[in-house]
Design a protein around this ligand. Structure first.
Ligand code: EPU
Length: 434
């Protein structure tokens, strides 16, 4: 088991290369199951979730090859070589429990398998630390496209005779639209017969990125980025080259790192358009954010004003940055209010922040965050990916030493986080159990 030891108090200053988006890469890799020939993906980060998806695609008959060479192009992160994905055999249909339990995005193989191989057997993911996370909307979408569906021993088994059939459907649920559900159904509809219209679709940039990939493969998708996506089904998709979008959540996390350490960071290869609600809240907090081409300059104005923030589907403030903003507001000059509307139970970081001297009180899906003068270092436990990021941020400014346990959570979604932080002045080291 690995931990981070962080000594707080260093002001972060310098350049950070933002990686390609994890949440774009995972469904995009799954979509490659539908293509004939090789697809080359650029900007895919090196993360444990990506390794899990590589393994799953291997189990499903794909040859996946990561080029080691550094990329020479100047328009994206230079950390990694491209990833080639080629389907070499199509006899398997199953995303097993072993994989799905470690990486929920495995469910994104459902639509591609069903559309291309006419059958998908996908372990139904259970709840996780951030909530119940049902997949009813994914399944409803597949059934509307003509799939037969039943469950057996914890698996969803879907089949279709011939091609799926396009239709008009509503894809929203009680908590609003679903990101991976929209992508799953959009992928399936890309190879369906006739036109599909997804009403109540998710508008997240990751949905648009996958639609752009599919269009390069030969799909006919319009309206992505809006709540109504139109998909004219085609008979076949062909491999292509694609660069995934920058990781907006990693970028937002580093913006908050600059703010909380009273620092000054230059975030390379990022897209501020994807962070409009985050910039809106950070500016109210007192953070200065500027853009020049693909670089964001983010610096703190010393005082942290208290703010109100509600997480919402895109373009609202992302739930994936709620915990990190809370860490910042723990040091606010007064009382902030955070409401979680996407995953109402996503608050496991509250107890740990309070162990560091925070004064956060949760009531239902709302938390009152009373600012304190300082946070103190403490042993704390990471419980999910973004909660872990919040603890690292709090530790960067806390007095003394913080040990963040179970950093495997953070390795799922932040590429080389300790190297990136150390390069801009953080005192952070990764240690084996001590
Ligand atoms: N929901 C349903 N039924 C469904 C699907 C979702 O009721 O069939 C509910 C969920 O329980 C939740 C809401 O709808 O209340 C939105 O969930 P969504 O389906 O959009 O989440 P997701 O697609 O499973 C992705 C990201 C999450 C991110 C959410 C929301 C990936 C791999 N995961 O999950 O990212 O929080 O969208 O933006 O893209 C993370 O990166 O840390 C992470 C959890």
């Amino acid at each position: 088991m690995e931990s981070f030891i962080i000594r707080g108090g260093a002001r972060l200053k310098g350049k950070v290369e933002i990686s390609g988006s994890k949440n774009s890469s995972l469904p995009i890799m799954a979509a490659c199951l539908m293509a004939e020939g090789k697809t080359t993906l650029r900007g895919v980060p090196r993360l444990s979730d990506i390794d899990s998806m590589v393994k799953l695609l291997g189990d499903l008959g794909c040859h996946v090859y990561r080029h080691e060479a550094k990329e020479s192009v100047g328009d994206g992160p230079t950390l990694n070589g491209p990833l080639d994905i080629t389907v070499t055999e199509e006899k398997k249909f199953e995303a097993s429990y072993e994989i799905v339990k470690t990486m929920r995005a495995s469910i994104c193989t459902m639509g591609p398998l069903l559309a291309k191989r006419k059958k998908a057997i996908v372990s139904i993911p259970g709840g996780c630390n951030i909530g119940d996370r049902p997949i009813d909307l994914h399944l409803r979408g597949m059934v509307k496209l003509g799939a037969e569906y039943h469950t057996q021993n914890g698996y969803a088994i879907l089949e279709v005779k011939g091609r799926l059939k396009g239709c008009r459907m509503y894809l929203g649920g009680a908590q609003g639209p679903t990101v991976l559900g929209t992508i799953n159904v959009m992928c399936a509809a890309a190879l369906a017969e006739g036109e599909t219209v997804l009403v109540g679709a998710a508008c997240e940039p990751e949905v648009g990125d996958c639609a752009n990939l599919l269009n390069k493969m030969g799909a006919k998708i319009t309206g992505h980025g809006t709540p109504e996506i139109r998909i004219e089904g085609v008979e076949k998709l062909t491999g292509c080259e694609h660069r995934v979008i920058p990781d907006r959540i990693e970028c937002g996390t580093f913006m908050i790192a600059a703010a909380i350490t009273n620092g000054e960071l230059e975030l390379k290869h990022s897209n501020l358009d994807h962070l409009i609600a985050v910039v809106d809240r950070l500016e109210d907090v007192g953070v200065k954010v500027e853009r020049q081409n693909g670089t964001i300059f983010c610096s703190s104005q010393r005082r942290i004003n208290p703010v109100e923030m509600t997480t919402q589907p895109y373009p609202g403030f992302p739930t994936d940055l709620q915990a990190q903003l809370m860490a910042l507001l723990c040091l606010g000059d007064g009382m902030s209010v955070i409401t979680e509307r996407v995953f109402p139970d996503r608050f496991t970081h509250v107890g740990e922040l309070n162990r560091m001297g925070g004064r956060v009180r949760k009531e239902g899906s709302t938390a009152g965050v009373q600012g304190v003068k300082e946070l103190q270092g403490a042993p704390v436990m990471a419980s999910d990916l973004r909660a872990s990021a919040a603890l690292v941020l709090a530790a960067l400014v806390a007095k003394g030493e913080t040990k963040v346990d179970r950093v495997y959570h953070i390795d799922r979604g932040y590429e080389k986080i300790e190297q990136k932080l150390a390069a801009v002045g953080a005192r952070i080291e990764r240690v084996k159990e001590r």
